[in-house]
Ligand binder design. Structure first.
Ligand SMILES: [Zn+2]
Length: 369
């Protein structure tokens, strides 16, 4: 599959706690951990100017963020959206079952948790102030790295510690070698190769990657960072070159994927969410990645067979609790919301719905706005 999350260390496998239904949390206390910064912003780094389609991709991501949040806001009263929610999260949106997450302070219903995620994403706005950095920055530098200490590339090799019998410079990229982003003061797990991973365990390149751990003094060459370099509120998403160069197999936007699908010769209607090509939409991948943003830090769930829960069919194997904290679940929530806004909805036949079959909505139907 096609997406990679860098921080798998946190485990959300704790069991669902049963809490009395009258133990409903107050909105403020629950939202606290989802709102680490006020008025969060996003921006496109200058490295993306060589790929003019990135503006369209980011605009499509932002549109999906807004549409999805809006659908969740209104969805409690919309039977079509409730049905899609039921299939995707395997729970009735009106269920009062409460779930206990490390991400929120008190138990919360599934629908309210999803609303916190979508509302938090929708709180992002385009960055306007040139004097400060955005909280979420999109890069197109293919994870530029340079092992020479204090060179100009974004990713810097953590300098060797004198006397270290296993100096960092001699370690292996993607296994145990430590790098840090000198521009954004972000560290990365040694287990990732970022965009340099041209053939991962599934034989496919890394397409997008999110970095969301602020640097620590230890990682800055074991020295105290300069004043102001610690920016614990910023994350970056790299859009790797492989999804941006000419003749790649990816659709830039959700709208372009739908157009291409409908124009395909002898097209087999309808849309099928489980097909890989519907995951290979760069802006939809950005939606997945943006749920790894440090204000959310959702994870990529691991299935019992050790595979990562990428793709519709693998999400269908997860329980509700796992689906709620799985980044790719939200990518499909975004796809469902956007396709609905474009006149498609999930098949009313339950068996086909669980296969991710989308069909044209009845003529004249428009989503309730
Ligand atoms: Zn991920």
């Amino acid at each position: 599959m096609y997406l990679l999350i860098v921080f798998l260390a946190l485990c959300f496998c704790q069991s669902v706690s049963s809490v009395p239904e009258n133990d409903v949390p107050s909105a403020n206390s629950t939202k606290a951990l989802f709102k680490r910064v006020d008025n969060p912003t996003y921006a496109i780094d200058g490295t993306c100017t060589r790929y003019p389609q990135v503006q369209d991709i980011v605009n499509d991501w932002f549109q999906t963020v807004q549409v999805t949040s809006h659908r969740i806001d209104l969805g409690r009263a919309d039977p079509h959206f409730q049905y899609a929610f039921q299939v995707l999260f395997d729970t009735d949106p009106n269920s009062n079952t409460l779930y206990k997450f490390e991400l929120v302070e008190e138990p919360i219903t599934a629908y309210d948790f999803v609303e916190l995620v979508t509302t938090s994403l929708a709180s992002l706005t385009p960055h306007a102030d040139p004097d400060t950095k955005a909280n979420l920055i999109f890069y197109c530098d293919d994870d530029a790295m340079n092992p020479t200490p204090y060179s100009n590339e974004r990713w810097q090799l953590v300098p060797d510690i004198p006397g270290d019998p296993n100096p960092n410079s001699g370690r292996t990229l993607g296994i145990n070698q430590e790098w840090f982003d000198q521009v954004n003061s972000i560290s990365r797990t040694p287990s990732t190769k970022g965009c340099k991973d041209v053939a991962n365990a599934r034989g496919e390149p890394t397409e997008l990657e999110t970095y969301n751990d602020p640097i620590t003094p230890f990682l800055y060459g074991n020295r105290l960072p300069p004043v102001g370099i610690l920016q614990p509120t910023r994350s970056t998403i790299t859009i790797c070159d492989c999804v941006l160069v000419a003749n790649n197999p990816y659709y830039p936007t959700i709208a372009s994927s739908l157009t291409a699908t409908l124009n395909r010769p002898r097209r087999q209607s309808p849309l099928r969410l489980y097909r890989p090509e519907y995951g290979r939409i760069v802006s939809a991948g950005l939606y997945h990645e943006s749920t790894h943003w440090m204000d959310l830090k959702l994870e990529d769930e691991i299935l019992r067979d050790g595979s990562i829960a990428y793709g519709w069919s693998k999400i269908m194997e997860l329980n509700t609790f796992e689906r709620l904290t799985n980044a790719d679940t939200y990518m499909y929530l975004g796809l469902l919301a956007r396709y609905e806004s474009l006149g498609w909805w999930l098949d009313r036949h339950e068996g086909r719905a669980y296969l991710g079959v989308m069909v044209p909505a009845p003529a004249g139907w428009i989503p309730p706005w």
